[in-house]
Design a protein around this ligand. Sequence first.
Ligand SMILES: C[S@@+](CC[C@H](N)C(=O)[O-])C[C@H]1O[C@@H](n2cnc3c(N)ncnc32)[C@H](O)[C@@H]1O
Length: 308
Amino acid sequence: MPARGRRREGGRKAKATLAGAESRGQGARLGPACGRGAQAPRARTAAPAGFANRVYEMDCMRGMRERLPEKSIDIIVTSPPYNIGVDYGMHDDAMPFDEYLGWMGEFGAICGRVLKDDGSLYFNIGDKASDEFRSFRVAQRIAGSLCLQNTLHWVKSIAIPEHGVNAGHFKPVNSRRYVNNCHEYIFHFTKSGSVPINKTAVGVPYADKSNIARWSHDNGDKRDRGNQWFIPYDTVVSKKDHPAAFPEKLPEMCIRLSGFGKSTVVLDPFLGSGTTCVAAARLGCRYVGFEIDPGHARASRERLLGAA
Ligand SMILES: C[S@@+](CC[C@H](N)C(=O)[O-])C[C@H]1O[C@@H](n2cnc3c(N)ncnc32)[C@H](O)[C@@H]1O
């Protein structure tokens, strides 16, 4: 039976802690100081040995507090449970919404603790057709601790028949009033709102090649891709697969956008099938993952054996 009691206990505690943080002026209402001037990129320092390149089978809130030193993480890419009733095994994905918001607010605060000053949190979340504000309400709670620097759209499917494009996959909605939902958000949070990023690392070729000379820079035929990221799902889905995995290209693009090296430490607190850690390992970064469900944790460890 799913550990409903365990999750609820965590949720209540989360709410109480957030309330405490808010009353001390650290919480959602006041928020951080955002956009106070661009920061110079800082040298990436090597992480202390021990916690990196591991998947921890435990609650991520406890794990981030107990296992990760303050300011030890360069990049977090994650997709939390959306609280829409998905069966994840250990986690109850149908909390009262206020409780869920409190939990996410606490999550943002803990991310703020473990991120380096120039670190980034890429927070992927989707809406329900019947509640298009929920992603923003969650993002607002995270913004109690971190600054929203970019809002990216993960486009899963796109049809531009005028240009011969009809690509990607989506779950069709059976409704007379809602259109199919073909995108999700990736909210990019940082501590200052001014962390430099490497736009051309995920750039696209110019449509008009005369722009290469006009906007002369060192990147040749590469321009800023913008905030619409078309990343289709892989087509093969088996019953054994994780119910809510994102494509490996998603964390890969986030890591490239932030810039990375051998000492970069990438964290996914809601690891699921291990996609973020696999992407990080393939790029030669260090990784850390937390996953509460033993089956998913085991599956991601096995997947990581074949990565790197
Ligand atoms: C949306 S899925 C993440 C999927 C992942 N991005 C992937 O590509 O496979 C969320 C995951 O978080 C896990 N989870 C839920 N609550 C958790 C908690 N408190 N600590 C750690 N993991 C948790 C769930 O078991 C689930 O596997």
